[in-house]
Design a protein around this ligand. Structure first.
Ligand code: PLP
Length: 344
């Protein structure tokens, strides 16, 4: 079993910017556990990572921006949707690193609230491309043209496409696993059950899940990482293949020689659908978390992950002696752009 250093320098000498306030708490959720008929259930509070309104993305941004800074870039340009948590983290990370951020937004809901409001508060330069998400290549052409222009003026732009962050960001999630395993072992020395540890995590690009799987393998944690699929358009098999590829590529990048197979990848489909049934489940999960633990979830990501976890528990798929961890990946701004008040 190899080890992952926990010092701020990061892993394998990778450059790392200090953006987060770590470790985030791992808290026991007794009232939520009781309402689900379990003995012990934990919440990893990465909504409290400490950059802007927190979330999982700042952990990856520490390594992405570390690399950008080390290679001499001095301005960040990123393409994405109007209400992207990732763009918010990128804008906040750029500012904390002393760089301007230019966001090229795809066509969408352009009411200034939620993340779109945060982009403004953060002082990012927001440009509305009016490009439909289906024609995203046009937005990339605009990004290239802007980067050429800035380069001619002497700047060194760092370009970020929509979708997975650069793979180096996965290092942030490998370190998250190291942090969480240490916290869990402290809890378990206090008498928690010793069964399998199940971690429920949202899986959009799949990088968070990939980093957790890799970290678990490297450290011999023996956890089951359940990736709740957040994009209703993607097939389960295809997504699982993508996550496996990300784990393998990140392992090679970070210098780990591991045997990882399809059996290590567990993805739960059906929660990312854009339909009334998925919305109802997510709303119920938001209510349960808020009313049992005072815990706020967002309707787009974390509520769906909680809904999947609840279903797995209620269906009896997690043995009673096993430990359950809900990974809270943030997304809080969406409460203020996507929630329908009448649902609560
Ligand atoms: C709040 C939140 N949770 C989870 C995810 C999924 O993370 P990943 O893209 O690493 O799978 C995202 C991605 O945008 C997110 O914003």
């Amino acid at each position: 079993m190899s080890t992952i250093p926990t010092e701020r320098e990061g892993i394998n000498g990778l450059d790392r910017a200090t953006l987060c306030a770590l470790p985030t708490p791992l808290v026991e959720a007794k009232r939520l556990a009781e309402s689900l008929g379990r003995t012990r259930l934990f919440i990893k509070r990465d909504d409290l990572t400490g950059l802007a309104l927190g979330g999982n993305k700042p952990r990856a941004c520490e390594f992405v921006m570390g690399q950008a800074k080390a290679s001499g870039h001095d301005v960040v340009i990123a393409v994405g949707p109007q209400h992207s948590n990732q763009l918010c983290a990128i804008a906040a990370a750029a500012k904390k690193c002393g760089m301007p951020a230019i966001l090229l937004l795809l066509r969408g809901d352009d009411r200034v609230r939620g993340n779109l409001l945060l982009f403004r508060i953060l002082g990012a330069e927001v440009r509305f491309t009016h490009v439909d998400p289906a024609n995203i290549e046009e937005a990339y052409d605009q990004m290239e043209a802007l980067a050429d222009h800035l380069q001619k003026e002497g700047a060194r732009p760092y370009k970020l496409r929509y979708g997975p962050l650069p793979l180096v960001g996965t290092a942030g999630y490998v370190m998250l696993m190291s942090e969480m395993l240490e916290q869990l072992s402290l809890q378990q020395s206090g008498g928690a059950p010793t069964g399998t540890r199940h971690i429920f995590v949202g899986s959009g690009s799949g990088l968070t899940q990939a980093g957790l799987i890799l970290g678990d393998k490297v450290l011999g944690g023996g956890c089951w990482i359940h990736g709740v699929m957040l994009d209703g358009q993607v097939e389960q098999e295809e997504h699982e293949r993508n996550v496996l590829k990300a784990v393998e590529t990140a392992a090679a990048l970070f210098g780990h020689d591991l045997s990882i197979g399809a059996d290590d990848i567990r993805c739960l489909p059906g929660y990312g659908a854009d339909d009334a049934a998925a919305e109802t489940k997510a709303t119920e999960a938001m209510k349960l978390a808020a009313r049992s633990e005072g815990l706020l979830l967002d309707p787009v990501y974390t509520a769906k992950v909680m809904a999947a976890m609840i279903d797995q528990i209620r269906a009896g798929l997690i043995p009673p002696q096993d430990t359950v961890v809900f990974y809270h990946s943030g997304g809080i701004p969406a409460i203020f752009s996507h929630c329908k008040a009448e649902a609560f």
